[in-house]
Design a binder for this molecule. Structure first.
Ligand code: ADP
Ligand code: MG
Length: 591
């Protein structure tokens, strides 16, 4: 073929191919995601350019991606009707590393190697066209750009330093527009050419690519055919064979044939207008995507525009899968331009205390080859994270405001601990977390109350929010510290969950009212009578000294108290010391 020309790869390309093949061997299936996303990109480009250059669309073919498999020969072909590549573009795109995405991959790969990172991490990267060589001995790219009247063929082999380009001359192989990739699979990877395997991979990785993806599938339908009855059988039944009419019988047979089958949902649910999606559809999507059997407690579907553009649907599960706060889950599926990227990035998109939130996030601003490292550094991600967190809180607040009180009780039972952890770990969201907290109190031992309910119930002269931490409602109820407050009809929060007290201490105040521990030394109920206190102090000064002497180091000091009404004495913590409850907690931890 005189048009066939040989080219050397740019040095980096050879190195990249080498790296890909050696670092991704356990993650080979990513090749399909990469090639489909290239096809999808090519269609996107054409769709975009076609708006201003309609002559690019002169071939009347649909925008789609078709994947055919030949399992006997181990061949996969992926055909798109996108923008295609001219001869020069084949050289530029497939022989050099021109685009930043792949360069970033190289750098990140190098960094992660140096940091000794798990090579599985690399599976999260977009590795681009060369990932085809993960599974192929030979790759043939035949492409027809609408800007050129000829179709050209790029051909490369694994472990080679050069590739060839020639004109497509076989009339059978001419395509109206776009690109056809033919992968000649390695001996050990031929199983990828099974139609069901490809179908599953498409469903898993590219279900929400916005162009239709068809796979070539074997189908069958049953039909009834007339068959002659077996003469031997007829003889037995009929007896006298001379008079037996030849009976006709019908039999069901399966007729096999091959056809294209649409394999993806072309319109992902999050791209639809929330007004047009029913609750049932959200619930179905949730259950299907996250393998849940119960409907979610709440969902939130939103789009953000402006500075950073993304779409998302978030869900609050109705059940908690683990007993402990679950930090390592696969709850957030990240898409970039509808291509599934990973479900392993939720730590970057949500703080860990909100890790129970499930959902999908689809960004138009992130690169397809986004990695954890890129996410961590990205300003876009910081903005996304902020918005996602806000939406999650709105959703939870929605549950708490629902008429059905059971829903929030369920939520609190499952994820209350997470919100308390949020008080400790996320000071910037205290305003959002605090109204969602629930506690028992001296006036509500059976039903949890919110801080708003507490504040509403405060007495006119009451300045602070009072609490007592204890290991049970009974010990909270029986503590002598309560006496004066009950006398004054002040409500006291009973912090009986070990995390309650730490959460409250982190909040410090709610609606300008301080949280005050009634077991601490300097409790001031705002009813001091200085004259009287002075008198009493003088009267009992010697008694206090005497008790202190007797107890020695066991107590820091012995003082006259004005906070008891019926108990003779009480042990309190110093103002800056640990509360009795905290001491109990610390002891439990060190044991
Ligand atoms: P990236 O997609 O990050 O740019 P790839 O290695 O996946 O990197 O692809 C390299 C380039 O090759 C693409 O940018 C594109 O220009 C070109 N290309 C790859 N596949 C196709 C295709 N199916 N149709 C048109 N161009 C393609
Ligand atoms: Mg690509």
């Amino acid at each position: 073929d005189p048009s066939c020309e040989k080219f050397e790869y740019q040095a980096e390309v050879s190195r990249l191919m080498d790296l890909i093949v050696h670092s991704l061997y356990s993650n080979k299936e990513v090749f399909l995601r990469e090639l489909i996303s290239n096809a999808s990109d090519a269609l996107d480009k054409l769709r975009f350019l076609g708006v201003t250059e309609p002559e690019l669309l002169k071939e009347a073919v649909d925008f789609d991606i078709r994947i055919q498999t030949d399992k006997d020969n181990g061949i996969i072909t992926i055909t798109d009707t996108g923008i295609g590549m001219t001869r020069q573009e084949l050289v530029d795109c497939l022989g050099t590393i021109a685009q930043s995405g792949t360069a970033k991959f190289l750098k990140a790969l190098k960094d992660s190697k140096e940091a000794g990172a798990d090579s599985n991490l690399i599976g999260q990267f977009g590795v681009g066209f060369y990932s085809a060589f993960l599974v192929s001995d030979k790759v043939v790219v035949s492409s027809k750009s609408p800007k050129s009247d000829k179709q050209y063929v790029w051909e490369g082999e694994a472990n080679a330093s050069s590739y060839t380009i020639r004109e497509e001359t076989d009339p059978e192989k001419l395509i109206p527009r776009g690109t056809r990739l033919t992968l000649y699979l390695k001996r050990d990877d031929k199983a990828f050419a099974h139609p069901e395997r490809i179908q599953n991979l498409v469903k898993n990785y590219s279900q929400f690519v916005s162009f239709p993806i068809y796979t070539w599938q074997e189908k069958g339908f049953t039909k009834e055919v007339e068959v002659d009855e077996d003469p031997a059988e007829a003889k037995q039944e009929g007896g006298d064979d001379a008079f037996t009419e030849r009976k006709k019988k019908t039999k069901k047979v399966i007729e096999k044939y091959w056809d294209w089958e649409l394999t993806n949902e072309t319109k992902p649910i999050w791209l639809r207008n929330p007004k047009d999606v029913t609750t049932e559809e959200y619930n179905e999507f949730y259950k299907k995507t996250f393998n849940e059997y119960l409907d979610p407690l709440a969902s939130s579907h939103f789009t953000t525009e402006g500075e950073v553009e993304f779409r998302s649907i978030l869900f609050v599960p109705a059940v908690k899968k683990d007993d402990i706060v679950n930090f390592k889950t696969k709850n957030i599926r990240l898409y970039v331009k509808r291509v599934f990227i990973s479900d392993d990035f939720e730590g970057e998109l949500f703080p860990r205390y909100l890790s129970f939130v499930k959902g999908v996030v689809d960004s138009n601003d992130l690169p397809l080859n986004v990695s954890r490292e890129i996410l961590q550094e990205s300003r876009i991600v910081r903005i996304m994270r902020k918005r996602l967190v806000r939406k999650a809180f709105d959703m939870i607040l929605g549950i708490s405001l629902s008429e059905n009180r059971d829903d929030y009780e369920k939520f609190w039972e499952n994820f209350g601990k997470n919100l308390k952890l949020g008080c400790i770990e996320d000071h910037s969201n205290h305003k959002r977390i605090a109204p969602l907290l629930r506690f028992f109190s001296s006036q509500s031992e059976n039903e949890l109350i919110s801080l708003d309910e507490y504040v509403e119930n405060m007495k006119a002269d009451q300045k602070d929010i009072y609490f007592i931490a204890a290991d049970s409602l009974t010990s909270a109820r029986n503590t002598p510290f309560l006496e004066r407050l009950i006398e004054k009809d002040y409500e006291v929060l009973f912090l009986v969950d070990p995390m309650d007290e730490v959460a409250i201490q982190n909040l410090k105040s709610y609606k300008d009212k301080n949280f005050v521990d009634i077991s601490k030394e300097d409790l001031d109920l705002g009813d001091k009578n200085e004259e009287k206190e002075k008198e009493i102090k003088q009267e009992f000064g010697q008694t206090c000294d005497w008790i202190k002497k007797r107890l020695g180091d066991k107590v820091a000091s012995v003082q006259v108290s004005y906070r008891l009404s019926s108990s003779p004495c009480v042990l309190v913590s110093g103002k800056f010391g640990w509360s009795a409850n905290m001491e109990r907690l610390m002891r439990a931890q060190t044991l």
